[in-house]
Ligand binder design. Sequence first.
Ligand code: PGA
Length: 252
Amino acid sequence: MNRFVGGNWKMNGSGFEGIAWMQSVKEGAGGLSGVDLALFPPFTLLPVLAEDAREAGVMLGAQDVYFEARGAFTGEISVSMLLEAGCEWVIVGHSERRHVIGESDGTVRRKLSAALAGGLSVVLCVGERLEERDSGIEEDTVRTQLASALGGLDPIDPGRLVIAYEPVWAIGTGRNATPAQAVRMHDFIRSTLRGLVGDGDAPGCRVIYGGSVNPGNAGDLLREPSIEGALVGGASLDAASFLSIAGASRDG
Ligand code: PGA
């Protein structure tokens, strides 16, 4: 399966910036093969960028979704609204949703189930906080997050689920996990997935890394076979940086 490199713009970016970014990626991505590119801009940019994204070979995704189909849920957005806006993907369980907004594991599970059932593909984010790593319980944290989100689900098309390991202490801090730390957790995630989903087989979905990935550290991380791509925040705002990271992934 191709590697997966996604840009998570968070609450950044304008329509003008998005259109220019797509143009740059379209011009610069020509030599890239073996890597799926995705952009997760703010909701308002999704319909603005849908056509340009198609032309640039970039899949569009949303940063969040609500689990109900419709109704009195002020401020929320449904799976079908995202599909209509041109989305193929959605991020579920990002650490900023979990720890800044206060989403529970139960909410993450409901969102993931609704997204997959409704036809979106999902990037499920998991990762421990610094105090959890310092206490040596990072694997327990990630196991709980995976089990709560995925335990007992029907078999999932592995192409439609990406697990992003994003240690909270590495997000937006400039302090990335070392390749060895990431590889160890990625291997743990793969072994945990075995048995959680479907009939006991590992679902074979891609496991990618996120947390202060930039053009300077992407090569070291992405040359590891078990790091099958990246979810990139700050460095994705610049198209050249994003392309450089995608290029490092292709070479991996
Ligand atoms: P960062 O964000 O690359 O800015 O650390 C990553 C993410 O939150 O997905």
